[in-house]
Each structure stands twice: as C-alpha cells, then as structure tokens.
Design a protein around this ligand. Structure first.
Ligand code: DHB
Ligand code: MG
Length: 231
C-alpha cells in the first residue's frame, strides 16, 4: 500500500475545506430556529457541558424518525433538550417522545426548552437514574426510535433495554461511537471507551440487528451508530 504524507498546508486546507462544507450544509439543511438556539444558550447559562449533537445530526435524527414512521420515540440522555426538540418535531401531533434525564436541574431546563419549542404537548422528560427508569417503560413499549446519548460506560446495558423496548423495524441510534478513534484502541483507554467499544461489538454481532456507524459530527471525529431491529 502506498502511504501518503500530507504536508502542513494540505492538512490546513483539508481542515478549512471541511469547516466550510460543514457550514454550508448546516445553513442549507439544518438551520436552527430561536428555540434550538435558546436551548444551547440556556445550557451554557446553566454551565451544562456544551456537548449537544450538531444541527446536521439533529436533522438526521428527524429524517430517520420520519423514515420509520415514528409515533413513539425514547431518548436516553436529555441534557438540555436540544436533540429532543429535533426528535419531537419529527413526530405527528399525536406522537410521543419520552426523554430520560438523571439530573433534576437539567430536566427543568429541558421542560423549559420543550415549552419554548412548542413540543411540550408531545415531549416529556422523566427524571431518575436511567437504569431505574428503563424497566418502568415496558408498558409504554414498543418505541419506534430509540436514541442513546447518555453516560458511555452503560451503553451496552442501554442497548439491551433498547432492544427490549423495540419492535421489528425500530431504529436504535447511538451518539459518540467513535470518540476520535479512542474506542478502537486495545485495550480501551478508559471506561467510556470500553463501554462504546462493547456497544459497537454488540450491534454488529447481535443477529437481531443490522448496524452501521460513521463520523458525522462537526469535525468528523465522532458520530452515530444506526441499527435497525430485524427480529
Ligand atoms: C461527551 C458526551 C456526549 O454525549 C458527547 O456528545 C460528547 C462528549 C462527554 O461526556 O464527554
Ligand atoms: Mg453525545
């Protein structure tokens, strides 16, 4: 194999090109309205980490939700409600998004965000330790789309619950499955990388799922895994 050795100028050009392309795609395909921008602003004002998905990732979630005809969506990890707004807006008026949040303080911000975005009729936040809340959702299953974006070390357990709470044809989407490539290091450098590495292995090996992963964040260093449940 021929290895190339890009010089500094090339690398700078590539980084610049990627930034420009991302900006143009964002403007064309995923413009944010006041409520989405407000969600980021209130997260910053409350000193929450600014680790929201990107606008293009939000738009992708909408496309996926609509592609599987989602009436019911479960989100594991709400943060400030930014991805929840993208997801809820893909629902029909009688649809339902349930988002799980461990922090009561964050949950309050999420409620404010949902009200500002006009989706509080169909989007609900439930507060508590995620692994305590998940079993309580069995009577409300199946969910058509499940989005996992919470603490990384528990991703394998969240996947087990996502499958339990799904139907054939449901989509299971997970954020942060690349983490700059750290998830591919052997052994994994930390608990978070280990959790994601196990998740990535499970979604490939489980015969009930067909899965793919790809970089799709702002700088191409992290991204989504998408699995469809095939029963
Ligand atoms: C972290 C968590 C996320 O969900 C994310 O998208 C980026 C970073 C984190 O905990 O560091
Ligand atoms: Mg994330």
């Amino acid at each position: 194999m021929n290895l190339s050795s890009p010089d500094d100028k090339e690398l700078r050009n590539n980084a610049l090109a990627r930034t420009l392309i991302d900006r143009e795609l964002r403007v064309r395909f995923a413009p944010e309205d006041e409520a989405l921008r407000g969600s980021i602003a209130s997260a910053k004002a409350e000193n929450l980490p600014t680790i929201q998905i990107s606008p293009l990732q939000g738009k992708l979630l909408q496309v996926l939700a609509m592609a599987c005809g989602a009436h019911t969506i479960l989100e594991i990890g709400a943060l400030a409600g930014y991805s929840g707004v993208w997801l809820a807006r893909a629902l029909p008026t009688d649809g339902k998004l349930i988002t799980l949040e461990v922090s009561p303080k964050h949950a309050e911000i999420v409620r404010t965000t949902f009200a500002a975005a006009g989706v509080d009729d169909r989007a609900e936040v439930r507060v508590g330790p995620t692994l305590d809340l998940l079993p309580t959702l069995v009577p409300e299953a199946p969910f058509d789309l499940i989005f996992i974006d919470a603490d990384k070390e528990n991703y394998p357990q969240y996947l087990d619950w996502a499958i339990t709470l799904s139907r054939v044809g449901s989509l299971i989407v997970a954020d942060n499955v690349i983490r700059g490539g750290r998830v591919f290091q052997v052994p994994p450098p930390d608990e978070n990388a280990a959790g994601i590495a196990a998740y990535n292995r499970q979604i490939v090996e489980d015969p009930r799922l067909v899965s793919v992963a790809f970089p799709n964040d702002d700088d191409g260093m992290d991204g989504f895994a998408i699995s469809v449940v095939r029963g």
